[in-house]
Write a protein that binds this ligand. Structure first.
Ligand SMILES: [Zn+2]
Length: 242
């Protein structure tokens, strides 16, 4: 598959990138609508004021709605490593899935292969470092839960897309155990180093966003010993990658 197989459909929901902007971030979403057709209609509806650069259907078909040189309206109010205005510096990909509201389900292999292919192409053409490949819930944890806990980040990491270190084998024994004050402070620091914006908001939703992505077996937002250990592992991987 090459990107010449991308289907074109134009969304009016875009604007110029600012003069100083360079594309160095990739944001993955799910559409969260009943069908792909409905999602694409909405992403092209001027009244909705939302869009994405790409949409990937469950059968692997890729649509381009907004040229990469322009801003698409996909991130909304969001934050990563202290930066806001993320639409200006990012490319947004909407991955078709009904989402938690309409029957969240596994992302089919054909679709994941297309996601992988498109991401690799984008990384090859833009200076997007691994630590700036994120899910929508990572950058807007109080509002969003996409692409969600069924999204296979480990697969993408094996293809050198983003960061997802394999968990240490002893993690399950620590599940549910509480942590002390010092361990807790370290865990919150780890979240911030990875890129999560913790200050000022509800810390539980940020922990839940981390869990959805890096410990998808349970995303209760509790900073338990297993989550703290996973945070340390993931932070170390981010440190190595930077
Ligand atoms: Zn989203």
């Amino acid at each position: 598959m090459t990107l010449t197989t991308v289907r074109e459909r134009s969304s009016p929901n875009h604007q110029r990138r600012s003069g100083s902007a360079r594309i160095d971030m990739l944001v993955l979403h799910y559409t969260g609508m009943k069908t792909a057709g409905e999602a694409i209609e909405r992403l092209c509806d001027p009244a909705a004021r939302v869009s994405a650069h790409y949409v990937i259907e469950e059968n692997g078909a890729i649509w381009r709605l907004v040229p990469e040189s322009l801003q698409a309206f996909h991130a909304g109010r969001s934050c990563w490593t202290g930066g806001s205005d993320l639409n200006d510096v990012s490319i947004g990909i909407e991955i078709v899935n009904p989402g938690h509201e309409w029957g969240y389900r596994l992302f089919p292999e054909t679709q994941m292969a297309a996601v992988e292919h498109l991401c690799r192409d984008l990384i090859a053409r833009h200076p997007i470092p691994p630590h700036r490949i994120v899910g929508h819930s990572d950058i807007a944890p109080d509002r969003k839960s996409d692409p969600g806990e069924l999204f296979d980040w480990s697969r993408l990491a094996r293809a050198d897309i983003g960061i997802w270190p394999p968990p240490a084998a002893d993690l399950p024994q620590r599940r549910g155990r509480g942590i002390g004050v010092i361990e807790r402070a370290a865990a919150l620091a780890d979240l911030a180093v990875i890129g999560y914006c913790v200050t000022g908001g509800d810390e539980t939703v940020v922990v839940a966003a981390f869990q959805r992505r890096f410990r998808p077996q349970r995303w209760d937002g509790r900073l338990d010993a297993e989550t703290a250990q996973r945070l340390a592992e993931v932070r170390a991987a981010y440190d190595r990658a930077r």
